[in-house]
Design a protein around this ligand. Structure first.
Ligand code: ZN
Length: 174
């Protein structure tokens, strides 16, 4: 399997995680961490249900992967996430020493991989990782735009969107 094919396969796994988030009423963002070509850990966005503003998909997956490895350094790992990481998650990615990040849709409101800021390109930070964007971006973005459209259509839904736990909201992304 070549790299582009592997990236699509693993992004599909991240999309499955995003659906898990949607199922429990959270903004649909999902992540998986891959090592040696195999999924090591998964996570999905769940800040509302867990009363935890840090419970983004990437953080959930990073915590699970570190527990699985028994190591706070995720050396040799790749992270796939359906939405561009925010500043908090990018910080966790860099601290964990993940070597490669692949994301799907851009997040024009909180994206820290080029949309709002680009922490991945900051030369003063002491760790750098490979960054790939746009893998299955239409699918990743459609999941989010459909979610927010349904929320707006629901009674009282529009007023609730601001409390989604992510910076993204109506009209973004996709
Ligand atoms: Zn985040």
């Amino acid at each position: 399997m070549d790299q582009a094919t592997a990236d699509r396969v693993h992004m599909r796994a991240a999309l499955d995680q995003a659906l898990n988030a949607q199922t429990v009423g959270e903004v649909p963002v999902g992540a998986v961490i891959v090592r040696d070509g195999r999924v090591l850990a998964t996570g999905f966005n769940q800040p509302i249900g867990s009363h935890d503003p840090t419970a983004h998909a990437e953080i959930q997956a990073i915590r699970a992967a570190a527990l699985a490895l028994g190591n706070y350094r995720l050396v040799g790992c790749e992270l796939y996430v359906t939405l561009e990481p925010c500043a908090m998650c990018t910080g966790a990615i860099l601290h964990s020493r993940i070597g490669r990040v692949v994301f799907g849709a851009r997040d024009p409101k909180t994206g820290a991989a080029g949309s709002v800021v680009d922490l991945f390109a900051e030369p003063r930070l002491n760790h750098h990782c490979e960054l790939i964007e746009g893998v299955l971006a239409p699918e990743c973005g459609r999941l989010l735009s459909d979610f927010f459209r349904a929320r707006r259509a629901a009674p009282g839904g529009a007023a609730d969107v601001g409390g989604s736990g992510l910076g993204i909201g109506p009209g973004s992304p996709g």
